[in-house]
Unconditional design. Structure first.
Length: 191
């Protein structure tokens, strides 16, 4: 990704990135990712294409930024805990909060982009990163005798399976049911 989120950004850069992110999300909620053109993104963000290319290689790079930025928004408030299941429960709550706040937009994005492999890959990557971060921040994580990358993928799939069931397949579950189902998938013996 051309845009380095770890560097301090000027107010102008923050505004540009916010507008590009907002434009991408808005366009994704109206059409398939493959149909979106860089020109459209720039027009909606009210920036020249040259500015876009100062920050991103292409629209795929922007999509990676949007998903990565979501990860940065998700994780900072999860503190180090002794019990990995508590970290996971905090993350589930944060994910549910974000999904609930953006429910209609998320449903539209998923409606227009069900078959888009790049978008699916980015959601899988986001879920895996969230799971990996939760595992790495736990002192109890040393008890896993498998590589973190494998355990995090399993945890990520628990998130994705339940969110797919609700948001793509259209099944209605309450917030408590979503959280309970994910926890039961992650910790089958914990009731």
């Amino acid at each position: 990704m051309k845009c380095d989120l770890s560097k301090k950004q000027t107010l102008g850069a923050k505004r540009t990135l916010k507008n590009l992110k907002s434009s991408m999300v808005s366009l994704l909620s109206r059409k398939a990712f493959e149909q979106i053109q860089v020109t459209e993104i720039c027009e909606k963000a009210m920036i020249p294409k040259s500015t876009f290319y100062n920050y991103f290689e292409d629209k795929y790079d922007l999509l990676t930024f949007v998903i990565t930025d979501l990860l940065h928004d998700l994780y900072p408030q999860v503190k180090q805990k002794q019990d990995q299941s508590l970290v996971t429960e905090e993350l589930i709550d944060r994910v549910i909060d974000i999904v609930t706040e953006n429910d209609e937009t998320l449903r539209r994005i998923l409606r227009y982009n069900r078959a888009d492999r790049h978008l699916q890959h980015e959601f899988q990557r986001l879920s895996t990163e969230i799971a990996l971060l939760s595992l790495q921040n736990c002192t109890q994580s040393e008890k896993y005798d498998l590589p973190f990358s494998i355990v995090s993928r399993v945890n990520a799939n628990a998130f994705l399976i339940v969110f797919t069931y609700v948001y793509i397949e259209g099944n209605n579950l309450s917030r408590d049911e979503i959280k309970s189902w994910i926890i039961r998938l992650l910790y089958p013996t914990k009731q």
